[in-house]
Design a protein. Structure first.
Length: 194
């Protein structure tokens, strides 16, 4: 009887060890498909080559031109003609003043004014949408609902902001009209306002 128990225990232990080894091997490859995919992705990431560096203009900065060392000549206070010419060529070409009555200047002014008007109109649309949401009679907070029921503070603030924005837009449009009058008075082509 003892011998049977001993053999049964040994057989059971061997079977258990063998099945654990098989389960461990299966656990590495098959099991949860998400875990298998993650394991496979990690392995591919380790094996993947490092990406090559892409150089852009920001990576490569030009060397400043080297200036030759001055000779043992005495230093003078007055600039030489060649250094004056060099100083003039170092200045960017965009520093010359633009005529305020040129076509380009007028077109730039009109474009800026129209950009301001369109920005203000977009802000007005947002304020109007917020005001329509504030007109909603439901508030998740009962205290806020009671307060708004009697004071309408939020709605009044939004309506005041809408009125202020409408006045701002009217003012910007009036400025645009005044600019058109100035253009005509200065003798410019009315087409520059477009």
């Amino acid at each position: 009887m003892r011998l049977i128990r001993l053999l049964t225990t040994i057989t059971f232990a061997a079977t258990l060890a063998f099945s654990c080894a098989i389960l461990r091997a299966q656990d590495q490859s098959t099991g949860d498909p998400v875990a298998d995919a993650a394991r496979k992705a990690r392995q591919q990431k380790k094996e993947a080559p490092k990406p090559k560096k892409v150089f852009t203009n920001e990576d490569i900065t030009p060397k400043p031109p080297e200036q030759p060392a001055p000779a043992a000549a005495p230093v003078t206070e007055a600039p030489t003609p060649s250094s004056e010419a060099k100083a003039e060529t170092d200045k960017p070409a965009t520093t010359k003043e633009e005529n305020p009555n040129s076509e380009q200047a007028w077109r730039k002014r009109f474009a800026e004014q129209r950009r301001k008007i369109s920005g203000a109109e977009l802000e007005l649309e947002v304020l109007q949408r917020e005001a329509s949401k504030a007109d909603l009679q439901y508030y998740p907070d009962p205290q806020k609902a009671l307060q708004e029921q009697y004071t309408r503070e939020e709605i009044n603030k939004k309506n005041a902001a809408i009125e202020a924005k409408k006045k701002e837009i009217a003012n910007l449009k009036q400025q645009l009209s005044d600019m058109e009058d100035q253009l005509r008075a200065s003798g410019g082509d009315p087409g520059w306002a477009r």
